[in-house]
Design a protein around this ligand. Structure first.
Ligand code: SF4
Length: 423
């Protein structure tokens, strides 16, 4: 049996200051320690078959792990701490959720921990951790630049960067899909209302997204379809509270129409003040966007039919024309609608129907749309990253906002590669 003694001895003498539990979680998850000669603190041989799946909620850190201790297989949960005494400091002895812990993994063993009078098998990582990896990690996350790896990202093979961008994009779409699923359930699984609301939210963009959603809840799509699509404009404008006190002659007739529906249904309109204009160009004012939204609604079928349209048809859908044949929505706004409404809907529908082809269509659509151009994307470009389409820009936004900003470099393929390189 070959044991690399000099390597082990050098780890034992290393000081791991400010050890972090997050770091230990990732080290455990990736088994980044010599795992073929492990022993518990009481000297029993230990084999790790499965690290378990990472639990980010309350309860043990890893569920359903599998180990072999002294020749006997065990399945159960794994808890990780900096010191074994943290078990008592965190009061796990009073929490039944921890009774099925089969292994306590600690950086430093300072106290025996008992469950129902039996000492929990404990693996101490301090003697076997890779000090060079820890120092690289510590120095990486101490960086205060725009992103911690700013000065090193160019040393990474673009292949790993692309893989990380794709992973971040899928995480982003999966998160949006989960939110859409919750909304779908809250709407009583009403597919038409869901699509209507998501379209409206995208129409409201950053500033009026919530008022637009409120509008679609006060004026549900079934009411518009019951009264006929031609009524969508007065019904939406009236519900939005934007027909109050108007004097323009061309809007007066719409006000009369709204009064009729008000008597019929006793709608409760929104406050005019719910709508924001500050920071918007006149073309983005709520009155204009509601009119355009009504035009979009007017050209839909009662089931919207977005999901089975081709990419070309989806792009065409937002190319509304006025009487002179000019496009009503700018190309940029059309792309935003596709990116913020249609892509998440398609991805969610793929989950809902367990049909990957809808998810592939969402990804293909993003690859077909131009990249956004905002300050985050400009900063990525300054690091010489190629941002070819909305696929890249959406992935990079997610990477910056949800991973780099929280210094989750151990969860990032770029960070893992940098640390493995010992840079
Ligand atoms: S999360 Fe990844 S891309 Fe972001 S700073 Fe860390 S290593 Fe770099």
């Amino acid at each position: 049996m070959e044991i690399n003694l000099p390597r082990l001895i050098s780890f034992k003498t290393t000081q791991f200051t400010d050890m972090k539990e997050d770091y230990l979680h990732q080290i455990w998850l990736t088994k980044r320690f010599p795992s073929n000669e492990l022993h518990t603190v009481d000297g029993r041989p230990l084999i790790i078959h499965q690290t378990g799946w990472h639990n980010h909620e309350s309860g043990p850190d890893f569920f359903n792990g599998s180990i072999e201790l002294d020749g006997i297989k065990w399945s159960g949960n794994i808890e990780i701490h900096i010191k074994s005494s943290d078990w008592y400091a965190h009061k796990h002895q009073h929490d039944e959720a921890y009774n099925n812990v089969i292994l306590h993994v600690v950086y430093s063993h300072d106290q025996a921990v008992l469950i129902e009078g039996e000492e929990i098998p404990t693996l101490e990582l301090k003697p076997i951790l890779d000090s060079r990896h820890w120092s690289s990690y510590e120095s990486l996350i101490k960086q205060t630049s725009w992103i911690p790896c700013e000065s090193q990202i160019n040393t990474i093979d673009p292949f790993f960067i692309s893989m990380q961008i794709e992973q971040a994009l899928v995480i982003r779409l999966a998160r949006k899909s989960e939110l859409l699923e919750k909304r779908f359930q809250l709407l009583g699984r009403n597919l038409q209302q869901l699509q209507y609301e998501v379209l409206a939210q995208a129409f409201g963009a950053k500033i009026n997204a919530m008022p637009f959603v409120e509008l679609t809840q006060r004026m549900p799509i079934k009411t518009i379809w019951r009264e006929g699509k031609a009524t969508s404009y007065p019904l939406l404008m009236g519900s939005a509270g934007l027909l109050e006190g108007i004097v323009e002659p061309d809007l007066k007739s719409m006000q009369d129409e709204w009064k009729f529906y008000l008597l019929k249904y006793r709608f409760d309109s929104m406050e005019k003040s719910s709508w924001k204009k500050k920071g918007l160009r006149p073309s983005g004012f709520p009155e204009i966007r509601i009119k355009q939204f009504a035009q979009v609604i007017n050209q839909t079928n009662t089931d919207f039919s977005f999901f089975d349209k081709s990419i070309a048809e989806l792009k065409q859908f937002f190319q509304l024309k006025d009487e002179s044949g000019n496009e009503i929505l700018t190309k940029g706004f059309q792309n935003l609608m596709l990116m913020n409404a249609i892509v998440p809907l398609l991805f969610w529908y793929g989950d809902y129907k367990s049909d990957e082809s809808y998810k592939d269509k969402a990804i293909d659509l993003l690859s077909d749309l131009p990249a956004e151009n905002n300050t985050i994307i400009q900063s990525w470009k300054k690091l010489d990253l190629k941002v070819k389409s909305a696929f890249d820009s959406q992935g990079l936004l997610e990477l910056k906002n949800e991973i780099c900003n929280y210094k989750k470099c151990l969860n990032c393929k770029i960070g893992v590669k940098l640390l493995d390189n010992g840079k």
